[in-house]
Design a binder for this molecule. Structure first.
Ligand code: K7E
Ligand code: CUA
Length: 662
């Protein structure tokens, strides 16, 4: 009876039956099915299923909108920050299935990332000072852009904890470069790209003396500074060029998020800040913690930077070199009008430029509004030098009221804002645990709030921070997920909730537990913009993406000994290594060039030497160069770690280290 009521009242069931039969490729089977049960019967069985599983119509709608059958592809990719895992999570939309975890800052053993092969050099490049850094607090992945739209070629990510930026090439979804920031001790406003990816912007978080020299906290105001680095990206090489990069000294306010201008505001960058009080804590001495010291002022500062003009000043040599980097100091940038400030209410967080580049949206963690800054107004104020004062560092300050076009009452704790395709904006509201939908064109109050589970920190939309957002989807990236998933101990997964924004009302479609650290930001790109290679050209070095001059070739495998240096040219093909026996003396310096001779798609081998912490992945065509000291005498199997063929277990050999004579 109940089943009939649902059926009768619902277009969904009919739609379901239609979908099911339309989706059935084998007409004969479909016909048989219809004969056996009738189309109503099929619907009835769906209703039975719904009943048995306790699913509502909304659940089934969510399932139908997100289910991607075997052999069908997702419509979008998400590139999500892997947070403290230091690696990037790649997720398909709408299925919300994890496709890959790209090794970036943190060794990743499936990809052989950081276990003796060429990737070690990339990780080495990211060392800071005398320290080997092998983790990251990854925050904001940014896809490369052409004319303000994602072009699907590169991905940039920042490491807040160790002030670094990495470049991932989407030709093979692997990391090519890590550049350590020589000036700052931590970053946050990164890795934001300018509309043609001329620059990747990285701005500091916690102030410190530039170059990280020692200075006592009592000299905070005099010696501590913030900094913005403009990393020059060389697209033809696919690398950041540190020699052509430059920086801007900033006051010791705690700079937070940043965004590059676009369209109207192309050539400009915006960085917000908190702790303009310059509180330094001192809890053990009975002083207030930074948390309360930094929340005294009603206004913090949005930093407005004319980077095109700053670039001219840098090229004219008006810089000071600190830690090897050209820095435009505040005594130049303030008077020259390339750095200006304007008030921001209170403890701001998100800083997001609208798709038309006309406005900058700032959310205040301790404010209930988002503030909409009007770029045209700010440009005029700066051009006419109409300021209401200067900060203690001589940086001019615009009047708040004259710089904004409005404020919208959003709710408790608005953080980040992303955009749809018709002037709609979506703000994550942390304390209230909602996504607030509003209009940045006419400053409408939230037209709708959608509850999410729980404490949404971050948010993304389909191509939502480009000049042409797609609409379609928003994802709430929720910090907390109690009562959503099977318990896994006191450290809970994050909860990605996929939201359909095509209708008048937002609809939650699915939940995805993400058991891999806290994603701070993510971007969603149309899948057809990404065109990765399927196999490497024979003998490719995956770091240079060129044929490795030291690759091994079939028939030319050999072991070359030169004093205590041993060089092995080894090939891998189903299902053996050549050579498969290597004997060296204790203390020898060993280099193994191991090349996969496979050319078929998805035909991967791995190569490991037991106990030597050596493990590389050999995708078809790839060459890896492995160098190490044979410092541990003994007998060590070496084998292939991918189940590559029926005789995969036989793909093995021995690495023998003969002890030194005593
Ligand atoms: Cu809102 Cu980098 Cu998490 Cu700040 S982002 S923490
Ligand atoms: Cu090659 Cu298993």
């Amino acid at each position: 009876m109940r089943a009939r009521t649902i059926l009768g009242s619902s277009l969904l069931a009919a739609g379901l039956a239609a979908t099911i039969f339309a989706g059935c490729e084998n007409k004969h089977e479909a016909k048989q099915d219809t004969q056996a049960t009738g189309s109503l019967g099929a619907s009835a069985s769906i209703v039975e299923l719904m009943k048995a599983r306790g699913l509502s119509e909304a659940d089934v709608e969510g399932a139908l909108k997100t289910y991607v059958p075997s052999g069908k592809m997702d419509e979008y990719y998400i590139f999500a920050s892997g947070g403290q895992s230091g690696n990037v999570d790649v997720i398909g939309v709408p299925s919300m299935r994890l496709l890959k975890v790209i090794g970036v800052f943190t060794p990743e053993s499936w990809q052989g990332w950081g276990f003796g092969g060429d990737s070690d050099k990339v990780l080495e490049g990211g060392n800071q000072g005398t320290h080997k850094i092998r983790w990251a607090d990854m925050h904001h992945p940014n896809l490369s852009e052409t004319k303000g739209d994602y072009d699907g070629k590169f991905l940039f990510v920042n490491d807040k904890a160790n002030a670094r930026v990495a470049v991932v090439d989407l030709a093979d979804f692997s990391t090519k470069q890590i550049v350590p920031n020589p000036l700052a001790a931590s970053d946050h406003g990164g890795a934001f790209v300018t509309p043609d990816t001329d620059y990747v912007i990285e701005t500091s978080q916690y102030p410190a003396p530039l170059g990280r020299d020692y200075a006592p906290l009592s000299q905070y105001k005099e010696k501590y500074r913030g900094v913005a680095i403009f990393w020059k990206f060389d697209r033809s090489k696919g690398r950041i060029d540190p020699a052509k990069s430059w920086a801007m000294e900033l006051p010791p306010y705690t700079q937070d998020l940043a965004d590059a201008g676009k369209v109207d505001s192309d050539g400009w960058a915006f960085i917000n800040s908190f702790n303009t009080e310059m509180a330094i804590g001192g809890t053990l001495d009975g002083k207030p913690p930074i948390e309360s010291g930094a929340s005294q002022n009603d206004m913090d500062f949005l930093h407005v930077i004319n980077w095109k003009k700053a670039e001219e000043l840098v090229n004219a040599g008006k810089t000071k070199t600190i830690a090897g980097m050209r820095v435009l100091m505040m005594d130049v940038s303030g008077p020259e009008g390339v750095l200006s400030l304007v008030g921001e209410p209170k403890s701001p967080h998100g800083c997001d430029v609208t798709p038309d580049g006309k406005s900058v949206i700032v959310g205040g963690k301790l404010d209930t509004h988002t503030t909409i800054y009007d770029f045209a107004k700010m440009k005029t104020l700066i051009g006419e030098k109409k300021f209401e004062g200067k900060d203690p560092y001589g940086i001019p300050i615009m009047a708040f009221k004259e710089a904004i076009s409005g404020q919208v009452e959003i709710g408790l704790g608005p953080l980040h804002t992303v955009f749809g395709d018709h002037g709609d904006a979506y703000t994550s509201v942390f304390i209230e645990s909602v996504v607030a939908k509003w209009s940045y064109k006419d400053f409408k109050k939230p037209v709708e709030k959608l509850k999410v589970q729980y404490n949404i920190g971050h948010i993304l939309a389909a191509e939502g921070d480009t000049v042409s957002p797609d609409g379609k989807y928003v994802v709430a990236m929720n910090k907390m997920s109690m009562d959503r998933f099977l318990p896994v101990g006191p450290l809970y997964p994050q909860n990605f909730q996929l939201i359909d924004i095509t209708g008048d009302k937002m609809r939650k479609l699915s939940d995805m537990p993400l058991g891999n650290a806290e994603p701070h930001y993510s971007q969603m790109i149309k899948a057809d913009k990404i065109k990765p290679v399927k196999v490497y050209k024979p003998g490719t070095n995956a770091i240079t993406m060129e044929q490795d001059p030291l690759r091994a070739e079939g028939g030319k495998e050999r072991i070359v000994r030169n004093g205590t240096k041993v060089e092995v040219f080894m090939t891998a093909i189903r299902s053996h290594f050549t050579p498969d026996q290597i004997e060296v003396d204790e203390g020898d310096d060993v280099t193994i060039h191991v090349t996969s001779l496979e050319s078929a798609e998805d035909q991967t081998h791995g190569f490991t030497i037991d106990m030597y912490n050596i493990n590389v992945s050999l995708e078809a065509g790839k060459n890896e160069n492995i160098s190490f000291k044979a410092d541990m005498p003994g007998t060590y199997p070496m084998y292939c770690t991918e189940f590559c063929s029926a005789l995969h277990l036989e793909m093995a050999g021995y690495f023998l280290v003969k002890p030194k004579r005593k």
